[in-house]
Ligand binder design. Structure first.
Ligand code: PEP
Ligand code: MN
Length: 378
């Protein structure tokens, strides 16, 4: 059970103290407090953990300081959608809204290689009105002999260039807790010119100790990739690890799953799960067509498979697209074969917009038919 308190309630206030004193007397119930500081208000939620079935919802609702009460099912307590659950499905970061109703494109380098390539990429993004990107500094590689990313060495110029080109959020994978400190230090040293969305890669989806640490910080939101060899439910539970530790600003990323039956693509596309994740949880959903498809193959009509996959995700309501570009793919140190060219950025963005417009039309169509159905039944 979750008690959502009146906004901006102070932990020092009498109301809060009385409430906590009362709750701590409930037999066999543990309390866990989540405070989320937004730009406009601070929200406090109290999780009652234990057997709450005998506690009447009304009794809790009538307590001082309590605004609303949500009864949660066992699955995905914080991030899940529960009955009568009107908690929001968005968060704000760097002045941008990330929700189940918005769409952001994060086009960029799979891995940072040179400052020049970073600058080419960011200039192209700025020229096309983009304010988000992806830039890999820490790369988890299948082979220990492959390039592992420039790590903290590249952060100062990546952040400086982001500031220069008006990039507000960079999706950046981390593979170790020390990377959070390195990112924070580099942002501080460069005067906080941009924001970072920490990415948990598919290989770390069930690295629970890393998830707990990332969940304990609230400075950076998190893009949590689906694990490529586990069930969707296991991946959603992994996202819940972040939220259970305090950070519920989580975007869930679909990136395909491993199966030879997925050939000829690198992974088997799972973008039909976009509405499933939106139904089960309150997380915005990202699709990564680059790591799902893995190549620049195209259909007989001339459209790249990556653009087809993107459109499939967006037309199903995806809220974020993470996609690899590179100014000179044959000089890329990671994933060059799947990178789109800067000359393809305009087409890509227009194609995304076509799919988004179609999605919005489909939502309106569904609402119209739902209305007609309701009036026919009435
Ligand atoms: C990436 O986005 O750079 C990446 C490695 O993705 P994934 O973890 O999905 O393989
Ligand atoms: Mn990659």
């Amino acid at each position: 059970m979750i008690l959502i308190l009146t906004p901006n309630i102070e932990p020092e206030s009498n109301t809060y103290q009385q409430l906590m004193a009362h709750l701590s007397c409930l037999p066999d119930i543990r309390l866990r407090v989540h405070r989320e500081e937004g730009t406009e208000q601070t929200l406090t939620e109290i999780y009652l953990i234990g057997n709450t079935s005998s506690i009447p919802t009304e009794d809790m609702r009538d307590l001082p300081g309590v605004d609303r009460v949500v009864r949660v099912s066992e699955e995905y307590r914080v991030l899940g959608r529960h009955r009568d659950d009107d908690r929001s499905s968005h968060f704000n970061y760097q002045g941008l809204r990330f929700g189940q109703d918005t769409l952001h494109v994060f086009a960029g380098l799979c891995a940072v290689d040179t400052a020049e390539h970073v600058e080419f990429m960011m200039r192209a993004l700025r020229d096309h009105g983009q304010v988000c990107t992806r830039m890999g500094a820490y790369k988890p590689r299948t082979s220990p002999y492959s390039f592992q990313g420039h790590g903290k060495e590249c952060l100062p110029y990546v952040f400086d260039l982001a500031g220069k080109y008006g990039i507000k959020v960079i999706a950046m994978e981390i593979t170790h807790e020390s990377h959070i400190d390195e990112i924070q230090a580099a942002l501080h040293a460069t005067g906080n010119p941009t924001g970072v969305m920490l990415q948990i890669g598919t290989r770390n989806t069930q690295n629970f100790e890393l998830l707990k640490i990332v969940g304990r910080q609230q400075k950076f939101p998190v893009l949590m990739k689906r694990g490529f060899g586990i069930t969707l439910s296991e991946s959603l539970n992994a996202a819940e690890y972040l939220a259970s530790e305090g950070n519920s600003r989580v975007v869930f990323g679909l990136r395909g799953v491993k199966t030879n039956m997925g050939d000829p693509h690198r992974n088997s596309l799972d973008f039909a799960h976009v509405p499933v994740v939106k139904r089960l949880t309150r997380m915005p959903v990202c699709v990564d067509p680059s790591h799902a498809v893995g190549s620049r193959t195209r259909g007989p009509e001339g459209i790249l498979d990556i653009m087809h996959a993107t459109a499939q995700g967006v037309i199903a309501g995806a809220n974020m697209v993470l996609v690899d570009f590179h100014p000179v793919p044959n000089r890329a140190l990671v994933d060059g074969p799947q990178a789109l060219l800067l000359e393809e950025l305009a087409q890509f963005l227009e194609d995304v917009q076509i799919a988004r417009d179609a999605y919005e039309k489909r939502v309106k169509l569904a609402a119209r038919y739902e209305d007609e159905l309701q009036s026919a039944v009435a």
